[in-house]
Design a protein around this ligand. Structure first.
Ligand SMILES: CC(C)(COP(=O)(O)OP(=O)(O)OC[C@H]1O[C@@H](n2cnc3c(N)ncnc32)[C@H](O)[C@@H]1OP(=O)(O)O)[C@@H](O)C(=O)NCCC(=O)NCCSC(=O)C[C@@H](O)CCCCCCCCCCCCC(=O)O
Length: 721
């Protein structure tokens, strides 16, 4: 961070410190304070300009500092006030990002000049906090309550162009921001500063402020689903509309303190660093990843459409391939609709979508066009024979260095790779639906996948602005493998006496966007049915005389199969675990038919219906999922609990304020998780997924090891992770 002072027309540098305000929290704040005081006291200084270093204004306070409140030390708020009260005009030159405390500093300045490519925001809510340096009181005074509420309760970053429209900045420039800020500083020397001090401005009135706030509060609460920070952000902004500035600031501090000491803030800050930690994967060879690709999307079904859209959005040239003209035209139409929609969303932003240019996006049925591409992402449906046939063809056609990726949610990468002559260049890329929206990309390496292939896939994830997580090859990989026991328990609970809406409610109250049965209806029950048929668990390949509720010596529930046999595939057929207004409808209503069907099923199988309380529903579903997570870590399929958590937070709707399943387990306490699993396992000895993993037992035995140390208790780690 630099603070320049304008002495007539010349410029002198007073202090120079780091980009992140709190990397040296106390030192930076002290330096800012000293610099401002010096500038104020020096009669030759006529104006001050504050900018960042290396083209970035500031990412705000050091998030690590929040885990030890001692290090908070000098608060930023008083420094922002000091800037505002300066008798000399202070201009912020915003380049790169001005986030959190960084933007709050800019709000203390009398003028703000931003580069056209800069982004601004108050993302504190995303780490479980609220803007704690008077930002909740200044921003509504500057841009009005609706826009300020939107920014503060969502934490979204806005581009400079939008900031200009909102009045958040005074000027945007394409060229040198610092020179423009100095020009402005010189221009305003001598002009009255009172009107530029936001703390003195009233909050702009709305004709219906009360009604607006009421409605906004309901919306914030509904969307938060137990997440505290958005609600407290709302309260802080509300205080700005009801109290004078100084009192509003006091309220902001009180609310900040509540959040700071909440477990939710710790969970979200853990998640922030976990997401960054998964990028730091290690390979023995430290290969250099290719940074530009030409990609061929193979298969233009729902997943393929989303993948192509994501690639175009990332500005990566794409050749989209289908097997025949009918499918190609259908796929092309769908992709165009998605891209038009994305282009609309990006209107007004600095970036434009270029998708009418055939050099950027080409549709074809000609396999030979894949000869020159750097990377192929195959996205045909989940069928091993079909995938192997395609990979054999790709191996013959694509140039020697091309990477061959398969979009699969469970299939064996090694078996797919065995159909090629280059298994070292075959890798799994598990996208999540809708692929142009979901951020997660599970990257699965096979036995022969080379480190540079992994590096290239990670680079692709980065270029696509996705969170790439490298994992090993096993059935369901990490995400789905952990999901299987969760869904299995949910269905067993129905057998024993619960209802779909009761199970969903408990998990939605926990914070999931949708519970397992609503999710299953949305995804389509036929997807799992097909997979179970493929595994010989149901359908014609099931050996004659198999018991209805046992497979391979373990408990099995045929309930989902029975629903599919009755054509109940979920939303698409208008009936599944719930009923819908019509086929394709989205409003789930509890279905009396299902209730009757379940009691009849229990009668048939002589299962005594019992009342199952919320605690049991939650524990059986979540702890079985977590238990699988421990097994995955012990097998070396993922390199740490952070990886599992990032997967669940970004791909499975796990509530962010609970930090991910493994973090959640650490907050519950491993001894409690173990004791509960032991209890449920004793009650259901034919359910192996409830049997506590040996690794969990070990961590408890060594004294409930903290999450950071878990991996040190394992001797085996994959060399590729
Ligand atoms: C900035 C980004 C957009 C950059 O993204 P990019 O993809 O380019 O890079 P990375 O994300 O990989 O980041 C690179 C590297 O940097 C690390 N990092 C980034 N930002 C921070 C940060 N803010 N703190 C720490 N480290 C950061 C990141 O971890 C990477 O390093 P690594 O080694 O992990 O690879 C993107 O990074 C981003 O979005 N960053 C977060 C931005 C953010 O959330 N900012 C808000 C921070 S919170 C804040 O500013 C709070 C303020 O409101 C001030 C509050 C003042 C509090 C004062 C106390 C109040 C008083 C109450 C107590 C009263 C007691 C009493 O009564 O007495």
């Amino acid at each position: 961070r630099h603070l320049y002072t304008c002495t007539q027309n010349s410029l002198s540098l007073i202090i120079s410190v780091f980009v992140y305000i709190s990397t040296f929290y106390q030192a930076v704040l002290q330096a800012l304070e000293d610099g401002l005081k010096k500038a104020d006291a020096d009669p030759s200084v006529k104006a001050v300009m504050i900018c960042g270093e290396n083209g970035k204004f500031s990412a705000g306070a050091d998030i690590r500092g929040f885990s030890s409140p001692k290090t908070l030390g000098v608060a930023l708020g008083p420094i922002v006030s000091l800037i505002e009260s300066s008798e000399k005009p202070v201009v912020a030159a915003i380049e790169g990002v001005a986030l959190g405390g960084g933007l709050e500093v800019a709000l203390g300045c009398h003028y703000r000049v931003a580069h056209a490519k800069a982004r601004m925001g108050l993302p504190e809510v995303t780490i479980g906090l609220l803007p704690g340096a008077e930002g909740t009181q200044r921003l509504p005074r500057l841009i009005g309550v609706p826009a300020a509420l939107d920014m503060i309760t969502t934490g979204k970053h806005i581009p400079a162009t939008e900031a200009l429209k909102l009045g958040l900045v005074d000027e945007i420039v394409e060229e040198n921001t610092i020179e423009a800020a100095i020009r402005l500083a010189n221009k305003v020397i001598g002009q009255p500063l009172g009107p530029r001090r936001l703390s003195l401005k009233p909050v702009p009135k709305l004709p219906n402020m009360e009604a607006f706030l009421q409605e906004a509060q309901v919306k914030v609460k509904r969307q938060a689903r137990g997440f505290l920070a958005p609600e407290l952000c709302f309260q802080a902004v509300q205080a700005a509309t009801q109290r004078p500035f100084a009192e509003g600031v006091r309220r902001e501090r009180e609310l900040f303190q509540v959040l700071l000491s909440s477990g939710q803030a710790q969970a979200l800050q853990y998640a922030f660093f976990a997401e960054r930690a998964v990028h730091r994967w290690a390979t023995p060879a430290q290969p250099t990843a290719a940074s530009t690709f030409t990609v061929a999307g193979q298969g233009l079904g729902t997943m393929g459409q989303g993948i192509v859209t994501s690639l175009v959005k990332a500005n990566i040239p794409v050749v989209a391939l289908e097997q025949n003209l009918e499918y190609l035209n259908k796929g092309r139409k769908a992709v165009m609709v998605l891209l038009e929609r994305e282009a609309k969303k990006m209107e007004g932003g600095a970036q434009k979508l270029d998708f009418h240019n055939p050099a950027r996006l080409q549709f074809t049925v000609d396999f030979n066009l894949l000869h020159d591409v750097d990377l192929v992402i195959e996205a045909v449906f989940e069928n091993m024979a079909l995938k192997k046939e395609i990979f054999h063809k790709l191996s013959n056609i694509c140039k020697p260095g091309a990477l061959l990726c398969t979009n699969t949610s469970a299939l064996d990468i090694d078996e797919i790779a065995s159909a090629t002559s280059r298994p070292q260049q075959v890798i799994g890329t598990h996208f999540f639906s809708p692929a142009h929206v979901m951020r997660l990309l599970e990257i699965i390496y096979g036995r022969h996948t080379s480190p540079s292939a992994i590096a290239t896939a990670m680079q692709l994830a980065k270029d696509m602005k996705k969170v790439g997580v490298v994992v090993g090859n096993c059935f369901g990989f990490v995400g789905n493998r952990m999901m299987f026991p969760y869904v299995e328990q949910a269905v067993f609970l129905l057998e024993e006496g619960s209802r779909p809406e009761a199970v969903d409610q408990v998990l939605e109250d926990f914070g999931f966007k949708i519970g397992p049965f609503r999710m299953s209806d949305l995804a389509g029950l036929d997807v799992g049915w097909r997979s179970r048929k493929g595994q010989g668990l149901t359908g014609p390949s099931l050996p004659a005389g198999s018991s209805a509720r046992q497979r391979r010596g373990q408990r099995y529930s045929p309930l989902p199969d029975l629903l599919c046999e009755r054509g109940r595939f979920g939303q698409k057929t208008g009936k599944g675990w719930y009923q819908y207004e019509r086929a394709g409808g989205r409003t789930a209503t509890p279905d009396p038919w299902i209730h009757g069907f379940l009691s009849q099923y229990r009668d048939t199988h002589r299962i005594e219906t019992r009342y199952i309380d919320q605690e049991e529903i939650l524990e059986r579903c979540l702890f079985s999922l977590i238990n699988e997570g421990f097994a995955i870590l012990a097998e070396g399929i993922a390199s740490g609990p952070e990886h599992l958590d990032v997967i669940y937070l970004n791909g499975y709707g796990w509530p962010k304020h609970r930090g991910g399943p493994m973090f959640y387990a650490s907050t519950v306490g491993l001894p409690r998780v173990l004791a509960k699993l032991q209890k449920y396992s004793e009650a259901h000895p034919d359910v192996p997924k409830l049997r506590p993993s040996a690794f969990l037992k070990k961590l408890v035995a060594v004294g409930n090891a903290p999450l950071k140390e878990w991996m040190s208790y394992l001797s085996r780690q994959s060399p590729k992770l």
